[in-house]
Structures are given as C-alpha cells and as structure tokens.
Design a protein. Structure first.
Length: 273
C-alpha cells in the first residue's frame, strides 16, 4: 500500500510542478490538443459504425426473437466500443508523446534540472529519438494488444466479464501508460525497453498507483490533454526514484524543497525575465 500511495504522490507532484511553472504547462498542452482532435474523430467514427460492425459479425443471430437479438448486439456493440476506448487510452499517450517528443523532452529535462543532480541527455539527433520512441511504442503496443484481446474474450464470461475484467483492464492500461510516460526520462538515461520494463516490474504497486488514477482521468478527453504535461513531469520524478535519483549527489526525495531551477536550455519556451 505504501508503494501504491507513493505512485499517486508522484502523479500529484507532477501536476503541482507544471501548474507551478505555468509557461511549461502551456508549452506541454500543444501536442495533446493535436492528438485530441485526431482521436475524437476516430472515436466518433467507431461509435457510428459499431452497430453495423456488430450486425456484420453476428449473421447467425438474424433469426433470434426479440428482445434477445437487440440485447446481444447491443452488448457486443458496447464491448467493441469499450475495446476501442481501451486502445485509445493506451495509444493516446504513445501518439501524443511521439508528436510532442521535442516538447516533452525539454519539459522532462527541466524537471530534472529543477530537482537538482545530474540532468541526463540522450545525445541523439531528433530523428533518431523519434525512431527509438516509435519503435519502443510499437513493441509495447504489441503487448497491450495481447492483453486487450485476452480481456476482450473474457468479457463474454458471465459475472467475471462485468466485474473482474474491467478492473483488470484499468490495471493493464495504467501499467503500460506509466511505461510510456516514464520512457521520456528513461530514454534520456539510455535505459533500453527491456530494462525499463524490469524497473517497472520491480515497483509494480507504485506503477499502478501512478497509472490507474491517470487512466480513469484520461477517459475524459479534455482532462487527458490538461493532465498530460503534469503526467510527464510526474513520470520524470518517478524515473529518478526508479534509477536511484533521490540518492544521487544533489538529488532529493519527492516532497522535499527543491533547489532553484537553472535557466532552461535547448528546445523550449524562452526564459521569462
């Protein structure tokens, strides 16, 4: 329970950080707004076509009597839309991080800078960072799809499909959402995907404490956009902990007073004088 609460504290700490650095909040909103428009259009399309998809997939039910045909296809439509929403929550972060790679990279660096200690830099050109981010996101997405298909199948099991499966769905979503968010800071530390997944497994409850509340919030599209910069900041704070950043020279544990931040460098909004 301590790790579970600790993950939630990192989430709150990240939101406090961006709201305390308003120009970085505005800077970090841009990629989320672009992704929101794309995903809103996709979800509207899925909602409009879900009934037709359910009818196409169940020709064997055409002769069923009322109300069983309507109930069955209505249930299937809900499952399809729920699966789409599940995938949207996961892929929204990956796509937004890819679109906003330079933005979130700079935000994450500034969080490290404000916390003190070493500020790692990947040293890679932008195109290479985008390639690595996209490659790792596809690998993670493959894992998510496997879990998603399994949960989709279990959704047809009576009782379990309506109780346990949604709970597991949020846990899986939260876990991989946290993986995507911490990747921004961990890639700068040259931590490969396999090592990142191992780090997260070592603090599984902390990861769930961070990711599950965020998934619940991300169900509301506009909330996802406004929380995204703070989620990146909080994930950076968590990455410091996972890598022992709190014990590094000049570092500190979450919640302790921060040292004054050095001026931002690199890609980012201009300093305010």
């Amino acid at each position: 329970m301590r790790d579970l609460a600790g993950g939630f504290r990192y989430l709150l700490a990240g939101q406090r950080w961006v709201f305390g650095h308003g120009r970085w909040l505005g800077f970090g909103l841009l990629p989320g707004l672009v992704s929101l428009v794309l995903y809103a259009a996709a979800m509207v399309g899925l909602y409009s076509g879900a009934d037709d998809l359910a009818a196409w997939a169940t020709p064997f039910a055409e002769d069923w009597s009322s109300p069983w045909l309507g109930l069955f296809r209505g249930f299937l439509t809900g499952v399809v839309f729920g699966l789409g929403l599940f995938l949207a929550v996961i892929t929204f972060t990956a796509v937004t991080l890819l679109v906003g790679q330079p933005f979130y990279e700079s935000l994450s660096e500034q969080v490290d800078r404000s916390e003190g200690g070493e500020v790692p830099e990947s040293g890679l050109p932008l195109w290479r960072e985008l390639w690595v981010s996209a490659r790792d996101s596809v690998r993670v997405l493959g894992r998510v799809l496997l879990y998603g298909l399994l949960l989709f199948a279990l959704g047809f099991v009576p009782v379990i499909g309506q109780t346990v499966v949604p709970f597991l769905g949020f846990c899986v979503s939260g876990y991989f959402l946290t993986q995507e968010l911490t990747a921004v800071a961990l890639q700068r530390r040259k931590v490969e995907l396999a090592e990142r997944l191992e780090l997260l497994r070592s603090r599984r409850m902390m990861v769930l404490g961070f990711g599950v509340p965020l998934v619940l919030a991300f169900v509301v599209p506009l909330v996802a956009v406004f929380l995204m910069p703070g989620a990146v900041a909080g994930a950076t704070l968590m990455a410091r902990d996972l890598m022992g950043g709190a014990d590094a020279p000049g570092g500190r544990a979450a919640g302790e007073p921060a040292a004054p931040a050095a001026p931002a460098t690199g890609f980012g909004p201009p300093p305010v004088y």
